[in-house]
Write a protein that binds this ligand. Structure first.
Ligand SMILES: C[S@@+](CC[C@H](N)C(=O)[O-])C[C@H]1O[C@@H](n2cnc3c(N)ncnc32)[C@H](O)[C@@H]1O
Length: 248
């Protein structure tokens, strides 16, 4: 049985393609304001800010850190992601693991970890490291998904392939964050998915860092999604994402 961290390495270390394909499913969100711009309006953006597990840097195509005078550092353990991050204007890119950030204590005013704590073998250790590199009074923003997030897709994936995550979820996040931070506030992003056909679902399942679907599995997914679209006008999938902010 693989661990969350080992799975994340397999999924993300050598390619940014799986992340881009995974994010693409959210183009079918029912909220006209996408997740990144919704998060962008609620971020701590002052002084020295780091995003840990910054991926392809999608957040920074919605948020103009330079206009805000932010000194931005982007960290990710994946060489492929760091390559992509080097195109974010004005950002310093560092290849680093979330539980061993190469910065002295109290280096940052803000720390963002957007959909990454669930990849760690020990999310509490990640949060302690985040507290260490923040200055007293520094602000944290992390996100998580509920256990029912993408439930209909996961059900489909249970018969096929889905990713391996730890127990940092919308249900546990407040307690985890409260272990190292104060003033913890949880906000839910209001949206679901209405997926128009099987192709986005197949691309999503192929992005999960597992062996490819067999011909029979792919046919089963196509049939299931086509039936849902015929019955409901779209394959309706629950989305349950939260943003947690807190103070060091
Ligand atoms: C689901 S993606 C989210 C990317 C980005 N934050 C976003 O929201 O678009 C998770 C990211 O965390 C990175 N990651 C996973 N485990 C990590 C770790 N232990 N240390 C640093 N980065 C990690 C992955 O390489 C990937 O880029």
């Amino acid at each position: 049985m693989t661990t969350p961290a080992a799975h994340a390495l397999a999924q993300y270390a050598s390619t940014a393609g799986n992340l881009s394909a995974g994010i693409a499913i959210y183009e079918h969100g029912t909220n006209p304001q996408d997740w990144y711009s919704w998060v962008g309006e609620r971020l701590p953006l002052d002084g020295d800010v780091i995003e840990v597990g910054a991926g392809t840097g999608a957040l920074w195509s919605r948020v103009d850190h330079r206009a805000r005078g932010v000194r931005l550092t982007l960290a990710d353990f994946s060489p492929a992601m760091c390559e992509r991050l080097s195109s974010v204007p004005g950002a310093t890119v560092v290849r680093a693991g979330a539980t061993e950030l190469p910065f002295p204590d109290g280096s940052f005013d803000g720390l963002i970890a957007n959909h990454m704590l669930y990849h760690l073998d020990d999310p509490a250790a990640g949060l302690r490291e985040f507290a260490r590199v923040l200055r007293p009074g520094g602000r944290l923003a992390v996100s998580a998904n509920g256990r029912d997030h993408l439930a209909e897709l996961m059900e489909l994936g249970a018969r096929t392939r889905t990713t391996v995550l730890n127990d940092f979820t919308a249900e546990t996040a407040e307690e985890f964050v409260g272990g190292s931070f104060r003033d913890v506030v949880v906000r839910r992003y209001p949206s679901d998915l209405a997926i128009p056909g099987p192709e986005p679902v197949l691309r999503y399942l192929a992005s999960q860092g597992r062996p490819p679907l067999t011909t029979e599995e792919e046919a089963a997914v196509r049939k299931f999604v086509d039936e849902r679209v015929a019955a409901d006008g779209a394959f309706r999938v629950r989305q349950h994402a939260i943003l947690v902010t807190a103070t060091r």
